[in-house]
Design a protein around this ligand. Structure first.
Ligand code: G4P
Length: 545
């Protein structure tokens, strides 16, 4: 009786913990303000007292390894971090998506572990190429997206034009939830369209502290005075226009990723940040069910524990040469030292040394719930996409691979390091950092393929620092890779164009690298009678426009 009671209590406590979680990532183009908005979300949730602390941590982190020195030199962030903070009785997990142009598959894969995304746009630039690519990955998973149009304190494009651009380029309705009041230096704050309230903010020095806020009616004389008659009339007209012409918010469509609510603001000045955070916890979904290979779903509220590995990060602490597997919890409850089922370890696996990460700092963790991300010390145990579970075994659908866009031959400079070279490559392939191909001739030179160019430099730095191996990277002039589905004898008959290269993937399937789309089309047409199927090596993200 007693134990039944405790069980009931535990399960209802778990339900509450799950329901209050919001796990999301920010998708944006570099410089749109992702880091600044992250800092301000932490400021408004009282996770930091002064904005700027995340950046400081970022710099400290850079100093900790060779690999990260490279990040520092390039002024970019390669490693994802997971931030957890509390706001308005919600637990928020923010997964960072590395955002340089040369991003890797990890950036995409992070989006496999979230329940929603925040799209940050620069108000002067609108949709930029990287935003679009990341949006396409969200679309694949039907992830709900909230849009924050940042930098309204600068020269901005017309808000209506920005909404129009989202609709045209991304192909989903954009529903304005608030409206900017003035722009550039005259930017005052936002008008909340549902509550019909004016939210006027005051600038603080460097935006380090929360911006004082005044709430009023649109007809407030003080607002009119601050804006001037003309700008005030424009605001009134725009609000009127929106009420008849704008896309109306529809929660169901939002939840299916078919409509995005749009908020205006300035992260740097803390304008519109708190209203956005309030909306984020209100609208972003709690942890969602996840699909298994058998097309069944695992309910986050079920008693059995389940989780999957979406990222493996090596060399986080070069002193220990360690590697951490990032695990997204999908159901049940995680407790330190629990034993889980794992397809490669029939006796079960004890999950010791779990961490939660705040920037570079590790906090040891005793329990965690669906929606949370836990870092597990990973001495080569896990691979990307592994499912961990208790109770009835489950196997989540594999994480998608993404179509590589860069190809290179990698030469080991010192043949006496043959073993280390291959061991290092093997490890990096398992981490999902890079895809490996093999020349179909006998040269044995490994060919590698990646989503971002930078991955090759990461590979070079890591082989040097972790395996003491020096390599030469020879970029190859291919832009398209296709797996050929046909009988081996048929593939043998094909005379591939001179500028193409016939290789094998890790499973021995034929892959052809083409120098251009034109070559690919030519080849496809020429061999139409052979009935060859040309398949991508992974999910193809729409070309940037
Ligand atoms: P990212 O992570 O998306 O790459 O962008 P980040 O936040 O680093 O912001 C890029 C630049 O844009 C930074 O300026 C930042 O201060 C500025 N910024 C962010 N939000 C706003 C905003 O609301 N208004 C204006 N006017 N600027 C904004 P920086 O000069 O490159 O860096 P810093 O010297 O400020 O650190």
């Amino acid at each position: 009786m007693e134990s039944q009671h405790t069980e009931h209590h535990n399960s209802s406590q778990r339900r509450q913990e799950i329901a209050k979680r919001r796990t999301f990532a920010i998708i944006s183009h570099p410089d749109a303000g992702k880091t600044t908005l992250t800092e301000k979300l932490l400021l408004y949730s009282n996770a930091v007292d002064l904005a700027g602390s995340v950046r400081t941590r970022k710099n400290q982190r850079h100093a900790t390894s060779d690999w990260m020195t490279m990040e520092q030199e390039r002024g970019i962030s390669i490693t994802s971090t997971v931030l957890q903070f509390q706001y308005d009785s919600h637990t928020i997990n923010l997964l960072d998506t590395p955002g340089h142009q040369d991003f890797s598959e990890d950036t995409y894969r992070t989006l496999m572990a979230v329940d929603s995304a925040v799209m940050v746009l620069d108000a002067a630039k609108g949709i930029e190429p990287q935003t679009r690519k990341l949006f396409e990955v969200c679309r694949m998973r039907h992830i709900p997206i909230l849009t924050f149009i940042n930098k309204m304190d600068h020269m901005a494009r017309e808000p209506l034009e920005l909404l129009d651009e989202i609709e045209k380029i991304l192909g989903i309705p954009a529903a304005a939830m608030n409206w900017p009041i003035g722009d550039g230096p005259a930017f005052q704050g936002v008008y909340d369209l549902a509550k019909q309230q004016v939210l006027r903010f005051t600038r603080t020095e460097h935006g380090q502290r929360k911006a004082p806020l005044t709430v009023s009616d649109v007809n407030d004389p003080k607002l009119k005075e601050a804006l001037g008659d003309k700008a005030h009339r424009t605001l009134q007209e725009e609000i009127e226009l929106l009420s008849v012409a704008g896309a109306a918010f529809n929660e169901e469509q939002f939840r299916q990723g078919k409509l995005t609510p749009v908020y205006f603001g300035s992260a740097l000045n803390n304008f519109g940040v708190e209203p956005f955070l309030q909306e984020l916890v209100r609208l972003a979904p709690a942890p969602q069910a996840r699909l298994t290979t058998g097309e069944a779903t695992v309910d986050p509220y079920s008693d059995d524990f389940s989780a999957f590995v979406f990222k493996i990060q090596a060399n986080m602490n070069p002193k220990h040469r360690d590697s951490v597997a990032f695990v997204r919890i999908c159901s049940g409850k995680f407790t330190k030292d629990m034993v889980v089922e794992h397809p490669r370890y029939p006796k079960g696996l004890r999950l010791t040394r779990p961490y939660q990460l705040f920037a570079k700092e590790r906090v040891s963790l005793d329990e965690a719930y669906p929606g949370d991300v836990v870092g597990l010390a990973n001495p080569g145990l896990f691979a990307i996409g592994d499912t961990l579970s208790t109770g009835t075994p489950v196997q989540f659908q594999p994480l998608p691979r993404f179509q590589p866009e860069f190809f290179a031959a990698v030469h080991n400079k010192d043949s006496s390091k043959h073993k280390q070279f291959h061991k290092g490559l093997e490890q990096l392939v398992r981490e999902g950092a890079i895809q490996r191909l093999h020349r179909a001739d006998q040269s044995h030179v490994p060919l590698l393929a990646a989503v971002g160019e930078l991955q090759f430099q990461v590979l070079e730095a890591r082989l040097a620092s972790e395996y003491n191996v020096q390599i030469d990277i020879e970029f190859l002039p291919f832009s398209a890779a296709k797996r050929i589905i046909a009988a081996a004898s048929t593939v043998q008959q094909v005379a591939w164009p001179n500028r193409a290269l016939h290789v094998l993937d890790d499973d021995g399937n034929p892959v052809v690298l083409f120098a251009s789309d034109w070559d690919l089309r030519f080849c496809r047409d020429k061999h139409a009678h052979l009935d060859l199927q040309f398949e991508d090596l992974g999910f193809t993200v729409a070309a940037a426009s």
